[in-house]
Design a protein around this ligand. Structure first.
Ligand code: PLP
Length: 229
């Protein structure tokens, strides 16, 4: 098996080349290394290879890793990318740079409530189910604007953009990424502060090049860095 360091180097090359193809600068795309199910030692290896931003999906596992002695003293930037249930919100509030998977107005409400309670400002993304697969989380694209309008009014949380998980087929994925980009453009027109809506979290190991071509600002890569789960 390739090492985490060499996997990271290869991914960074591919990101740079996709950015060139898209006519974008490679600092426009943040690589989130998705470390769910992987050990603190593996995360440490990625850190030693220069990776700074990590994504976790499961609350308990995330909290354990954050406190692991191998990692607890490092200024890692954690993103919570999993589906976040309302009753788990208080456990991640204040511990992550961004919450990606908010797909209900009621969960945003809880995030806001906890942010106010602890005097925090929390950045988050709304998850959109662009592939409209019933097995997936995410707001239906047709209800996005209405949901976001409610979210804009909530104190101490800032909507920074949109997140999605695309269909497995790369061509279809690319169309879905384009749809998410268009959804963000529409949302900006409805937003009281459009300038804060800058993020498109889309693209994983199988489809991050397509995502970069469609404007991804954050790609979430697990398998291609850490190996199979
Ligand atoms: C697991 C996961 C990823 C990473 O997927 P890979 O295919 O391993 O790159 C990205 N985003 C989310 C939301 C995930 O749950």
């Amino acid at each position: 098996m390739e090492s985490i360091a060499s996997n990271l180097a290869a991914i960074r090359e591919q990101i740079a080349s996709a950015c060139r193809k898209a006519g974008r600068r490679d600092d426009e795309v943040t690589l989130i290394a998705v470390s769910k199910t992987k050990s603190a030692a593996a995360i440490r290896e990625a850190w030693d290879a220069g990776q700074r931003v990590f994504g976790e999906s499961y609350v308990q596992e995330f909290l354990e890793k954050q406190q692991d002695p191998l990692l607890s003293s490092l200024p890692l930037s954690w993103h919570f990318i999993g589906h976040l249930q309302s009753n788990k919100v208080r456990q991640v509030a204040g511990k992550v740079a961004m919450v990606h998977g908010i797909d209900k107005v009621s969960t945003a409400e809880e995030l806001s409530r906890r942010a106010v309670q602890h005097d925090l400002q929390i950045d988050y993304l709304l998850e959109v189910n662009v592939s409209r697969e019933s097995s997936k989380y995410g707001l239906d694209p047709s209800s996005l604007i209405q949901a976001a309008e409610e979210c804009f009014l909530m104190p101490n949380i800032t909507l920074r953009g949109l997140m999605t998980i695309a269909a497995p087929d790369p061509d279809q994925a690319r169309r879905e990424f384009a749809e998410l980009r268009e959804a963000l453009e529409k949302l900006r027109c409805a937003a009281p502060e459009p300038a804060s809506l800058t993020e498109l979290s889309m693209g994983m190991s199988q489809d991050f090049e397509e995502a970069i071509l469609e404007g991804a600002t954050m790609i979430r890569i697990g398998t291609a860095i850490f190996g199979w789960r």
